[in-house]
Design a protein around this ligand. Structure first.
Ligand code: AMP
Length: 138
């Protein structure tokens, strides 16, 4: 399995398609999921190429996990969440649809199920949720 430099997250990293950015550092980038399964659903990716956990280097994993923990705390605070779900899929049969390593961060509330995948959210709702997470990160 090889890395496709034209996958959608590589295009986001190059600024070729828009994203709602929440955070970045030297090694990682965080943005809102456009089809959120919970309010505040966002994605953490490395800035360097790798398909998924199976070909990621130890350094890529370390950087992405550090940022995932930081964002998990931020979404808990931003949404008054009682828990947070972290999801990560590997290869098509493992549920992966975009082939650039990413971790989903999903704030959770008691009794509220994740929404089904595949439904686009309104841009203004995503923008408002992003603002809450940015404020929690500040
Ligand atoms: P998966 O590869 O199964 O972990 O899922 C890919 C995720 O990327 C899904 O949750 C999609 O909603 C999300 N996604 C796809 N395209 C974009 C995009 N242009 N901007 C933000 N999120 C996206």
């Amino acid at each position: 399995m090889t890395y496709d430099p034209d996958n959608i997250f590589a295009k986001i990293l190059r600024g070729e398609i828009p994203s709602t950015k929440l955070y970045e550092d030297e090694e990682t980038f965080v943005f809102m999921d456009i089809m959120p399964r919970a309010d505040g659903h966002c994605l953490v990716i490395p800035k360097t190429p790798c398909r998924n956990l199976l070909d990621a280097s130890a350094d890529q994993m370390t950087a992405v996990m550090k940022t995932t923990q930081k964002i998990a705390h931020a979404v808990m605070k931003a949404f008054g969440a009682e828990g947070v779900t972290i999801q990560q899929f590997n290869e098509a049969v493992g549920g992966q649809e975009v082939f650039h390593l990413h971790f989903h961060v999903l704030p959770r509330h008691d009794g509220v199920r994740l929404r089904p995948p595949g439904k686009m959210e309104e841009a203004d709702v995503i923008a408002a949720n992003a603002e809450k997470i940015r404020a929690a990160l500040a």
